[in-house]
Design a protein around this ligand. Structure first.
Ligand code: ZN
Ligand code: ZN
Length: 446
């Protein structure tokens, strides 16, 4: 009886919390609507000034200043340029993290907008433009919007919000860990310890107003492939007196195609092996001594990953051997698969459905793209979803995909992003409100 009473009391407290939190939503929506033009202005400014991974100094400065103004406790230079903002709500409760990545890409923008990027840089020994060609500018602007919205309801928040502005999601080539992995290493999920993390990715091929997600494995594990091929240099007119690494590389490229078509069980999971660059040679009549091939590997699951890695090594080294050349294959282990915690996903989907409409929250197929949000999810339950950024009425087949010069985002989807993340925070807090039962109370209940 005593126990029943205690549990009723606990339930009442929890429901009271849930009610109090859900009462925040109209306020949050109003605040989000009110700052729409600000969020868009932030995004345009960031878009015009994109920065590559670990060089997001300007971006980080803008974020840190914004958070400080709003009263967040701010930590800077986490994992090089990362910024963390902590907002302690007026009531006790769980710690919820939200993450936005900040980096741009070595892509030369072709989109004709007033805020087009004209930034250029040297990357991989090539002169290139820099562009927010994955939409991370939207992520930063949306999370800056969320920061403002949540700060406005701070006293009513039953828990702590940790905003994580992360550098280098697209990777860096300086060795060592970076991005989400490094932020985790530097303790971003501790002090205060984060209970759950949410993140979104804008999508240029999903209509504005639509949210896509997938429980469990959502995005691929990505590994980097490097093949150093050594032949024997000779005059281009006398190929028989050398070993041509260019012909051998061509055979290897073709051989690698058979891994997905002939070794992987494609009825279980997709896989991708792509050679993205071949560097070798200097002159039309010289067969070079060596060349280097680099590429990317996408897999889902440990077994498939091991199979693909093994076949890459076998095919490359044996084809090289058959030509009298030598292939050194190196596979750099990259991001793990992005896996949405099924229980957390189940719990949080009603929040998004209530906001966007049930018919606008869709399950998406697995994506062969990768996301280093996975490093957070390896440590704590996390949920990552896709936010529509394609103008209404367009076809996903007609618009530019991510990482391309024509990549374009329709900004009218941002407010749904601001609301989504804010609602996830308050609903998670309501669901995980501290129980009145302290260890002491529990003891007496026994
Ligand atoms: Zn990207
Ligand atoms: Zn991205």
């Amino acid at each position: 009886m005593k126990k029943t009473l205690l549990f009723s009391a606990l339930l009442a407290t929890a429901l009271g919390q849930a009610h109090a939190q859900s009462g925040l939503k109209p306020v949050i929506n109003q605040a989000a609507d009110a700052i729409e033009s600000k969020v868009i202005a932030w995004r345009r400014d960031l878009h015009e000034h994109p920065e590559l991974g670990n060089q997001e100094f300007r971006t980080a400065g803008i974020v840190a200043e914004h958070l400080k103004k709003l009263g967040y406790e701010v930590q800077e230079k986490i994992a090089v340029t990362g910024v963390v903002g902590i907002l302690k709500g007026g009531k006790p409760g769980p710690v919820v993290a939200l993450r936005a990545d900040m980096d741009g890409l070595p892509v030369t923008e072709r989109v004709d907008v007033p805020f087009k990027s004209n930034v250029t840089t040297e990357f991989n020994n090539q002169k290139t433009g820099v562009m927010h060609a994955c939409g991370h500018d939207s992520h930063v602007a949306i999370l800056m919007g969320v920061a403002e919205v949540l700060a406005s309801v701070k006293k009513d928040l039953a828990g702590t919000v940790k905003l994580i502005f992360q550098p280098a999601e697209e990777g860096v080539y300086t060795g060592g860990t970076f991005g989400a992995n490094r932020m985790v290493e530097e303790g971003v999920l501790e002090n205060p310890k984060v209970d759950a993390i949410f993140g979104l990715h804008i999508n240029s091929q999903t209509e504005v107003g639509t949210i896509r997600y997938r429980p469990g494995a959502t995005m691929a594990a990505v590994d980097q492939l490097t093949i150093k091929l050594k032949g024997k240099q000779t005059h281009g007119a006398n190929p028989w007196s050398g070993v041509d690494p260019i012909v051998t590389a061509s055979q290897i490229v073709m051989g690698l195609q058979t891994i997905v078509s002939r070794n992987v069980n494609i009825t279980e999971n997709p896989a991708v092996v792509t050679v993205g660059a071949i560097h070798g040679g200097i002159r039309y009549n010289i067969i070079p001594e060596s060349l280097e091939m680099i590429g990317t590997i996408r897999t889902f699951g440990d077994e498939q990953q091991a199979l693909v890695h093994r076949r890459i090594k076998e095919i490359s080294t044996h084809i090289a051997e058959s030509a009298g050349a030598k292939a050194d294959v190196e596979i750099g282990i990259g991001y793990p698969a992005t896996v949405n915690d099924p229980a957390l996903t189940d719990k949080m989907i009603p929040t998004l459905e209530a906001l966007a409409g049930k018919d606008k929250v869709l399950i998406t197929p697995v994506a062969t793209g990768a996301e280093d949000f996975s490093y957070f999810q390896k440590k704590i339950p996390g949920f990552f979803f896709f936010l529509g950024g394609m103008a209404k009425g367009k076809s996903p087949y007609d618009v530019a995909p991510h990482h391309t010069p024509d990549f374009y985002i329709d900004e009218s989807g941002f407010t749904l992003g601001v609301k989504s993340l804010s609602h996830l925070v308050v609903d998670y807090m309501a669901m995980n409100a501290p129980q009145a039962a302290s260890p002491k109370t529990k003891k007496t209940a026994k």
